[in-house]
Write a protein that binds this ligand. Sequence first.
Ligand code: 13P
Length: 354
Amino acid sequence: MALISLRQLLDHAAENDYGVPAYNVNNMEQMHSIMEAADQTDSPVIVQASAGARSYAGAPFLRHLILAAVEQWPHIPVVMHQDHGTSPGVCQRSIQLGFTSVMMDGSLKEDGKTPASYEYNVDVTKRAVEMAHSCGVSVEGELGCLGSLETGMAGEEDGIGAEGTLDHSQLLTDPEEAAQFVKETRVDALAIAIGTSHGAYKFTRPPTGDILAIERIKEIHARIPNTHLVMHGSSSVPQDWLAIINEYGGDMGETYGVPVEEIAEGIRNGVRKVNIDTDLRMASTGAIRKHLADNPKNFDPRKYLTAATKAMKDICKARYEAFGTAGHASQIRAIDLEAMVTRYDSGELDPKVN
Ligand code: 13P
């Protein structure tokens, strides 16, 4: 199985009513946990590299990490996605490296911090789409800014995210504008703002509809039923791992994430890609803290990193099962990027929006 495009995978997910977790990767242990879990559950995989990952590991290392996974688990379809590209140029460089999907986040200006106008967003996203589709590569766009409906604060993480306070309309994607945006840009998938934010500190209490707007997903899906929706900031912030981190010397404070049942409700309403980073970071940190506390004589990193891999794998498996991803990898036959170019050129993949 070669790498596949995001569009191919999300079309399959929509036809078969499931969602796919998109995990951020920075190192080998994350990659192993994602792939072992996918192997055990027969799940297709989306792995994504953020700007933070690119500066931590370096783009060539990330690329080869993902290619190594494809070589080691040849029967699992893998989408290699670039998370939060801040310009068409960033997307172009990722395509040159072999990414099969890119996110052009034009909701923010090129600094990755300043909220951009609708017109700016359409312009950069359209340019990224033209360039990517001519290579058979998929594009995810974003409309609306990630941030807290509790506080109105924008959410920054890993160097990406608006700064300061935003008004309510910026924090919730407008369904009519979403329809217009998809029609104008021809994106393959659309990230929407519904009150989620990156990182561990999303909600100060278990979220209810006023601060996590699942209803808004339903309204957007009703307006653009043929567009694949993407939920960013979708870690559930596992309370058991939070407790372990704090029990073994951490100091994370009370915080809540997006409940898995709410994500499942989103998937019933057109969400096909669910971005998760924080949950795996918390599981690995908790597992390493506990391992080192329980084994004070150990100085072999492989031992505590094995504990971290297992902790992350358990979360990956649980998400593959809860999102309905499990059981679908073996149904997918890879369409190569050349064939995707032909499909884009023929108009077959144009957005179906009135
Ligand atoms: P979390 O911080 O909730 O895991 O979200 C990650 C994300 O959305 C990456 O784009």
